[in-house]
Design a protein around this ligand. Structure first.
Ligand code: HEC
Ligand code: HEC
Ligand code: HEC
Ligand code: HEC
Ligand code: HEC
Length: 414
């Protein structure tokens, strides 16, 4: 609405300029300053009537309609109108979605229209702790629907999932969902895809006969382990979109490729690209959709261990051979950078994962270099003695040179 007025004003201005320049320059001055004033007024109006205010007022109204107790009605009437958010430093979220989606925790709004509907799904989770974008993606800080959902703006790398893609987020915290036979309520699409991938399909063929998935499988076809991490932009640079119908994006390429691999990757004689050998699994639309969801879920989780789902697991025997095996998995241990050798030999990996290998007691360090620079990591070690939180406090006895090497190595992980 405001955009339209602004556009009309701009056109009027240009016309006035064209006509009045040669005739009456005083009138021209008046027209231009008038329209500046109007534009200024419009920005003020806009500032004071943001979209979310309307939703909050409407929500108060809806609550009042459901209420009979006059006292509660009075207190509802004086509800402050303000931006609401869930903030969690450890998860790196500042989600303002509840500024509009105010009824997520209110079962009385079970059948209401969005954005006022009660959130019946995923109730096992405390939204006050996890926020929303952890499952839905989108731009948590946005306070208008366009920016918050971020589905139509190009610069945001994690546009909000369509509801039927939300399950792609579950494995971030429920890694066991990838194990055959493991069951998780609410993750039915993922489970169906997992079974197809394991070989329950028309061809009775497992995808890992050709692909590597999460570190396991063959190398006849691209490694899918980090398929979910590829941004639209990276994807477009490495994939031929010629045969994709509709909008040419990662989702459509992947989905249509599942329905008919040869149609999307028929090869190209000029560039010498061979037609794909990926079989047509004769999938239904639903199955292709679920497989797309599955491959989009594939990426390393950066969620701190304490927020991941952990079941009770009986303590396994910790044989010393397990340590040796880990060390031997690095063929050329002695030729690795000193910091990396220290990391392996000091068994930091008991508690920290790097690139998929290691434990989960401490934070995942795969990309620690993007969060902390060398100086900050050094400081971490220097203060580890007083840092009662770090379970290894008092047990590290590194020299200054060794600390330097460790920090150098960790800071390089980006
Ligand atoms: C300015 C208010 C506003 C904010 C902020 C907002 N939403 Fe919405 N949301 C809406 C409205 C209105 C709808 C219903 C109309 C629509 O689908 O756009 C909606 C719909 C949705 C839907 C259903 C979409 C569908 O296709 O069925 C989801 C999921 C959702 N929002 C999630 C979020 C998340 C996650 C955030 C925070 C990143 C968020 N919203 C922030 C107003 C908002
Ligand atoms: C633990 C994961 C998780 C969290 C956290 C979460 N949601 Fe959802 N949300 C889901 C799932 C799963 C669905 C159901 C999608 C489907 O299959 O239709 C859903 C559905 C929705 C819908 C309805 C879309 C539709 O039409 O089905 C809205 C709106 C929504 N969520 C908003 C939010 C908001 C706002 C928050 C934060 C307060 C939030 N969600 C937090 C997982 C989550
Ligand atoms: C940010 C991490 C996170 C994400 C993402 C997440 N969960 Fe969870 N989930 C948890 C944690 C932690 C628990 C244990 C309850 C708690 O502490 O809140 C849990 C509990 C559950 C439970 C109850 C299990 C039980 O044994 O009681 C189910 C079911 C579940 N989640 C399903 C899902 C589904 C489906 C999704 C994807 C839509 C999902 N979760 C996404 C962290 C997560
Ligand atoms: C006979 C070998 C073979 C089998 C079996 C196979 N694929 Fe493929 N797949 C390929 C080849 C080769 C490519 C690369 C050429 C192309 O199709 O674009 C590919 C491409 C892909 C891509 C796009 C990868 C990228 O980075 O561009 C995805 C996703 C995919 N396959 C998933 C699957 C899934 C899921 C299954 C099991 C249901 C499967 N594939 C079974 C051979 C196979
Ligand atoms: C017994 C488990 C355990 C071991 C072993 C361990 N850590 Fe930690 N580490 C943790 C925990 C828990 C935290 C989070 C608490 C904190 O910051 O002090 C942490 C935090 C860190 C951080 C800060 C991470 C961040 O995301 O900011 C770094 C860096 C680190 N450890 C490096 C190391 C190195 C190097 C070693 C080996 C010399 C090591 N850790 C051994 C458990 C461990």
């Amino acid at each position: 609405m405001i955009e339209t007025i602004a556009l009309v004003l701009l056109v009027v201005n240009m016309l006035a300029f064209a006509v009045l320049w040669s005739r009456d320059q005083n009138l021209l001055y008046a027209v231009l300053s008038m329209s500046l004033l109007v534009l200024f007024g419009m920005t003020v109006v806009r500032e004071f009537t943001p979209e979310w205010r309307g939703y909050q007022k409407r929500f108060i109204q809806l609550q009042i309609e459901k209420e009979t107790d006059p006292e509660i009605i009075d207190s509802l009437k004086s509800t402050p109108i303000k931006i609401l958010q869930t903030w969690n430093k450890e998860l790196g979220i500042a989600d303002r979605c509840i500024t509009c989606h105010q009824a997520v925790d209110n079962p009385a709004f079970k059948d209401a229209e969005e954005p006022f509907r009660y959130h019946a799904a995923a109730r096992e989770h405390e939204f006050g702790k996890f926020g929303c974008t952890i499952c839905h993606q989108g731009q948590g800080r946005g306070t208008d629907a366009l920016n918050a959902h971020a589905q139509e703006i190009m610069h945001w790398e994690l546009p909000m999932w369509e509801p039927d893609m939300v399950q792609a987020s579950c494995p971030k915290c429920h890694e066991r969902i990838y194990e055959p036979g493991y069951s998780l309520k609410g993750a039915e699409r993922l489970m169906e895809a997992r079974d197809i991938i394991g070989g329950k399909n028309e061809m009775e063929m497992a995808c890992i006969d050709c692909h590597t998935i999460r570190g396991v499988g063959e190398t006849l076809a691209p490694d899918l382990s980090e398929y979910g991490a590829k941004t639209e932009h990276e994807f477009a640079l490495t994939h031929d979109m010629t045969y994709v119908e509709g909008e040419k994006n990662k989702f459509n390429w992947t989905y249509q490729h599942f329905l008919d691999p040869l149609k999307i990757s028929p090869g190209n004689e000029e560039t010498g690209v061979e037609p794909t050998i990926m079989p047509n699994f004769e999938l239904t639309a639903e199955q292709a959709h679920n497989l797309t969801l599955f491959v989009f879920s594939l990426e390393e989780s950066l969620i701190p261990a304490k927020y991941q789902y952990r079941e009770f697991q009986p303590e396994g025997k910790t044989e010393p051979s397990f340590i040796k095996e880990f060390e031997e998995s690095f063929e050329n241990l002695e030729s690795l950078p000193e910091g990396q050798q220290l990391f392996i030999k000091s068994k930091c990996w008991f508690c920290h994962t790097i690139s998929g290998q290691g434990g989960k007691v401490g934070p995942n360090l795969t990309k620690v270099g993007t969060r902390r620079d060398k100086a900050s990591i050094l400081k971490h070690f220097e203060t580890v003695e007083e840092n009662k939180e770090h379970p290894m406090a008092n047990r590290f006895h590194f020299s200054d040179e060794e600390l330097d090497a460790l920090s150098e190595y960790l800071a390089s992980l980006k």
